[in-house]
Design a binder for this molecule. Structure first.
Ligand code: PMP
Length: 292
């Protein structure tokens, strides 16, 4: 597969970076994952705005303009399409601070390492859409700057492994709200989390504890189109156990229904343990949005 490293195109299995790259030594970098449908980058400008936020937060200068990124990523997608024949891809880009002798403070004047690859995107299969996925809950032991999409992902890796150890698809993380309301949902290890309560879709308000998922605004727009009420407000741990539906969203998983939580079926009545109607409508709307 083709990839891009520091201005050059080369096969992925030949791309190499220095062991002194700060991405390797410190996880000192940021990244983005952008879905591609039918060869077209989906929600490109939103991803670029989030990339700018991450870069600003860690004080790395953006190595490309918006149009520079667009040119680079379009070429990447075209090369991957020529290679694999797949127009549905997940484009990955990463910028690290660069190569320098190992020392914690941020050196100035480094040339950032810029890497991009794109891989065929397997959206969730028919079985996951029909059955939903199992999730577990765990305390959110990650750091307090979840708003930065950093390659320092050990917290997310450890969080996800809790789900993997239980044969579940995702770990839904809970943090003490600090306002005497007990634990509230932050997000999944690599997804945002939603609950359906009283017919409304509830998402978590943006904060330094969560990534501003590109699908948050997208699902809000799709709710608007569908006439589904949608609010961002804290979701208490106890609300997960009474929710009619729970959903997760991310670039790779799009929107998926959570039908088991900590081993118990989600929802009520005939729909207990089954994907619900809000999920079904949002999934259909998402599929339409991909084609726009
Ligand atoms: N939170 C975290 C921690 C993530 O890694 C992701 C996936 N990038 C998300 C949320 C979902 O964000 P998006 O919809 O932009 O993929």
């Amino acid at each position: 597969a083709p990839c891009h490293l520091d201005g050059r195109w080369l096969p992925l299995n030949q791309a190499q970076v220095s062991v002194l790259d700060r991405g390797f030594l410190f996880g000192d970098g940021v990244y983005e994952v952008i879905p591609v449908y039918g060869g077209r980058l989906f929600r490109f400008d939103e991803h670029m705005a989030r990339l700018a936020h991450s870069l600003d937060a860690v004080r790395i200068a953006n190595p490309h303009s918006r149009d520079g990124w667009l040119t680079l990523l379009r070429e990447l997608v075209a090369r991957e399409l020529a290679h694999s024949g797949q127009g549905d891809q997940l484009a990955y880009l990463q910028i690290t601070r660069g190569v320098a002798p190992r020392s914690h403070p941020m050196p100035t004047g480094l040339t950032p390492t810029v890497f991009a690859m794109s891989q065929p995107h397997q959206p969730p299969g028919a079985d996951q859409r029909r059955e939903g996925v199992a999730c577990v809950t765990a305390r959110d032991f990650r750091w307090e700057r979840g708003d930065i999409k950093t390659t320092s992902l050990l917290g997310g890796v450890m969080a996800r492994q809790i789900a993997a150890d239980h044969g579940a698809a995702e770990t839904i993380l809970l943090r003490d709200s600090g306002h005497g309301h007990g634990l509230t949902v932050t997000e999944g290890s690599s997804s945002n989390v939603w609950a359906v309560l009283d017919g409304a879709l509830i998402g978590v308000p943006p904060s330094h504890h969560t990534l501003a998922g590109i699908r948050i605004e997208l699902l809000r727009e799709l709710c608007e189109e569908e006439g589904i009420a949608c609010h961002l407000r804290p979701i208490a741990e106890s609300e997960l156990t009474i929710a009619d539906e729970i959903l997760i969203s991310s670039a790779g998983r799009e929107v998926l229904p959570v039908t088991r939580l900590d081993g118990e079926p989600v929802g009520h009545g005939a729909l207990r343990g089954k994907p619900g109607p809000v999920y079904a409508r949002l999934h259909a709307a998402y599929e339409r949005a991909k084609l726009e």
